[in-house]
Design a protein around this ligand. Sequence first.
Ligand SMILES: NC(=O)C1=CN([C@@H]2O[C@H](COP(=O)(O)OP(=O)(O)OC[C@H]3O[C@@H](n4cnc5c(N)ncnc54)[C@H](OP(=O)(O)O)[C@@H]3O)[C@@H](O)[C@H]2O)C=CC1
Ligand SMILES: [Fe+3]
Length: 460
Amino acid sequence: MGAKEGAVSPHSREESLCIFGTGDLGRSLGHRLFQSGYRVVYGSRRPDSCGPVPQGVLNHAEAAQSSRIIFLCINREHYSFLQALAPQLNGKVLVDVSNNPEKDMFPEANAVYLQRLLPEAYVVKALNTLSAWGLQNGPSDANRQTFICGDSAEAKQAVSEVCTRLGLLVLDRGGVGASRELEDFPLQLFPMWKLPMRIAVGLSGAFFFYLLIRDVIYTYVYEGKDVSFRILVSLANKVFPIVSLIMLALCYLPGVMAALLQLHRGTKYRRFPDWLDRWMLCRKQMGLVALALASLHVLYTLIIPIRYYVRYRIGAGIISQALKNQTTEFFNILAWRTDSYYSMGVLGFALFILLGITSLPSVSNALSWREFSFIQSKLGYVTLFLCTLHGYLYGWDKFLHLYSYKWYTLPGYMLSLVVPTVVLGLKLLLLLPCVDRRLTRIRRGWEHTPQDPSVQKLLI
Ligand SMILES: NC(=O)C1=CN([C@@H]2O[C@H](COP(=O)(O)OP(=O)(O)OC[C@H]3O[C@@H](n4cnc5c(N)ncnc54)[C@H](OP(=O)(O)O)[C@@H]3O)[C@@H](O)[C@H]2O)C=CC1
Ligand SMILES: [Fe+3]
């Protein structure tokens, strides 16, 4: 690679950069480069009629000679014309910014294809995850990152310098072989949110129908009362906390399962099953969906006193007591119960918000790993404990009469308490000193089974 590498020397700010293609991206990129102090020369099929661009336009062959770095703002379908320009492009750094409208449209990645067309050029994949619009608007938090890959370290360095001057954060993803992965990025739509959203929608639907049958249809059939108005607030305010609590517990379940798996295997040098890996990777998104649902629960709870139905019931109750000249006794235990479940809910929600805030990249980047894991793990379990306790205290008296329910008449929140209770129970088990000691030994790599061939491979 030595002689080839030598052709790419570090550039100066005065050096001009070349852009092939005067389309949307070409214009936006040229604009940004120009603003950052670079001279820009465009290469176009129609230099005389391509409309206004920030700086000079030449034909492709002439433009290529003006710069060592050429940004190809052209669709991949048209790359073949570059072969005819091989004499001018050999030894140049060609920046492939292209994307495809669909996944797996071509057998090889665009940058790999370009490198095959022009083996004597240095192909670097970059900028494809940005948009023309974003480039034009200047760097903002959302579109500051750009991934880069290519086989020549010097070529990547030269392109990185330009990107850094544009205010972008460059993340090196390795050789040109990684370009397929980079080209797939813009096609993904919230990939990490898919599983949490599916779980949220699935659980919400299931609990909604269960509660609809139990609270509304059952009452109508057996008592002849139409309470369908309860669907909008009462039912919603049951579904949201139930799903929120289950999803918060599901954030912590894979961690506990991973620990149990390590204990069972007696080693940490073995991969977790794929489904567990995927589950662990989307815990943050799962927690944020749970937080959103918990926030809805808080809002719905706050509007309870202003609901017509509630005001009517309170008013009617007072009038009927006044007419009968009755008073209600004050129950100390009831006061304790309601206050304790409200306070557990408030504290749990406050910690839940803290977990949500610390999971934001700008905040978590400011924390050390120890601080982050203290909040997300230790305080996370405290949050789960408080929220679960909130659920138990809410149904305190009903739990005392659990025997009077059939499985299909159980209140929804009782069902929702199963998953968090299991997670907290397993966590307590893992905190037992003897279990904790063994897990620590396994996680520090002190305990493994060297005779296991897969472990041997990893240890070499
Ligand atoms: N637009 C965006 O937001 C983004 C675009 N990209 C990628 O950038 C590349 C360009 O996209 P965009 O600017 O939107 O596309 P446009 O269609 O707006 O522009 C493409 C340009 O390519 C040139 N061109 C068209 N046909 C040919 C041909 N047969 N031979 C040679 N050159 C040709 C033309 O320039 P001229 O007439 O001057 O020759 C044309 O203006 C694409 O690969 C796209 O995937 C990547 C990230 C974001
Ligand atoms: Fe609640």
